[in-house]
Design a protein around this ligand. Structure first.
Ligand code: FAD
Ligand code: EPU
Length: 337
């Protein structure tokens, strides 16, 4: 009997899978994954489903990670917090603040689980988790071992890590450790937080401001299905940026430490007049062009076709390739868009 994935993905796509196994302990996660790996049928790990696009029915078993637990120890300078993969990210951020552990407040309200956070090194409002993530533990399918990588081994980058490359489809993240300095420094570099500059700003104020800004900009998946930003912000050379600036004087770009420029993909899509552009039940969000939404009844194929339309039009106008951020899942597992 096929099982609908609609309640398990924030785009509310109604593809099905053969079976869903919900796991609530690390031991169970390891034994379920080991057993499925030894069979030859497709298997997929799922957290909150906030960064996946199901294009077809999935011919296999979904393992939903619901493992819980947060452990805090401290040394002279840091709180060291170990978190089970199935903890909800935002609840974890709130837990830290409630316990006087600051640093993650800029990352409030990002949907999904702690276990998925290292995969694309989640980031927002000037902070990425690699600023505080000290190690990631995963269960290795091939060796059946629990392995711990320190942050330097995780190859963290902008929306990137080793889990999207060498360890793709080879590992389930079981636990993540964060090292949060007791001496807290607010991070107010991102535009909408700059007005908070001053000695007295608290982590709670930053948390509340980030929540307000996010709620005003991004659609609530419970109301309008989406996966947040559908494309990564493209990184181009300073030369290409300067050429584009001669034609598009208000192009939004952020200089990177290596001299390249990160371009606001939302600005490119907006400038290409694509807000409101639809394919079937899928649309470019009218308030934030980087977000593709399910207006109701969209299929994963509608979403991908719409994404292709956006990619083509942006390329034609700016000669820039957009790369999707969410993972596209076909009947056997991840596929290219
Ligand atoms: P899922 O969607 O369940 O899974 C994503 C991928 O990770 C899949 O390939 C899955 O197989 C794999 N996976 C999940 N858990 C594990 C595990 N334990 N081990 C191994 N593989 C695993 N992202 C940002 O970086 N910044 C933002 O500001 C942001 N804002 C968002 C706003 C909205 C409204 C939405 C809907 C999404 C946003 N996102 C943002 C994207 C999303 O929240 C993150 O990518 C999040 O980390 C996904 O977590 P998840 O548990 O939902 O992962
Ligand atoms: N912009 C437009 N038109 C639009 C949308 C944006 O002109 O329709 C312009 C804005 O005016 C602004 C710039 O683009 O000048 C950047 O917009 P915003 O600050 O909203 O951020 P973003 O680049 O769209 C990124 C992340 C978000 C993260 C925010 C805050 C990526 C792909 N997206 O969005 O992450 O929350 O910054 O840090 O890096 C996600 O990954 O899912 C996500 C939501």
């Amino acid at each position: 009997m096929p099982i609908s994935l609609a309640p398990h993905n924030t785009l509310a796509l109604s593809q099905c899978c053969d079976a869903i196994v919900e796991v609530d302990s690390k031991q169970q996660l390891i034994s379920v994954v080991s057993e499925l790996v030894s069979e030859s049928k497709p298997m997929m790990i799922l957290g909150g489903g906030s960064n996946v696009v199901f294009t077809d029915d999935f011919s296999g078993t979904i393992v939903k990670v619901l493992t819980k637990g947060i452990k805090v120890v401290e040394d002279e300078f840091n709180f060291i917090v170990s978190v089970q993969a199935g903890e909800n990210w935002h609840d974890f951020v709130e837990y830290c603040l409630e316990n006087g552990i600051n640093g993650l407040e800029n990352l409030a309200l990002i949907p999904g689980t702690v276990g998925a956070a290292p995969i694309q090194n989640i980031g927002a409002y000037g902070v990425e988790i690699d600023n505080f993530c000290s190690q990631v533990e995963y269960f290795d399918y091939k060796t059946s071992q629990l392995i711990t990588l320190v942050a330097d081994q995780c190859q963290f980058g902008y929306r990137d890590s080793i889990f999207k490359h060498q360890l793709k489809d080879k590992a389930v993240i079981t636990e993540v450790e964060f090292r949060l300095p007791k001496l807290w420094t607010p991070n107010l570099e991102y535009g909408p937080l700059k007005h908070l500059q001053g000695d007295s700003v608290s982590a709670q104020t930053i948390f509340e401001t980030v929540c307000d800004v996010r709620q005003s900009k991004l659609p609530d998946p419970k109301v309008l299905g989406n996966v947040g930003s559908f494309f990564k912000n493209p990184i181009i050379s300073a030369k290409q940026y300067l050429e584009l600036l001669t034609k598009f004087s208000d192009l939004v770009g952020y200089a990177q430490s290596d001299g390249t420029i990160k371009i606001a993909a939302g600005w490119l899509i907006d400038e290409a007049n694509l807000k409101g552009f639809t394919v079937g039940g899928a649309a470019v969000h009218t308030k934030q062009a980087l977000v593709l939404v399910n207006l109701g009844g969209a299929t994963g194929h509608d979403i991908c076709q719409l994404a292709h339309g956006v990619m083509d039009k942006v390329y034609d106008k700016f000669n820039i390739n957009l790369e999707p951020e969410p993972r596209i899942i076909g009947s056997q597992g991840e596929v290219d868009i």
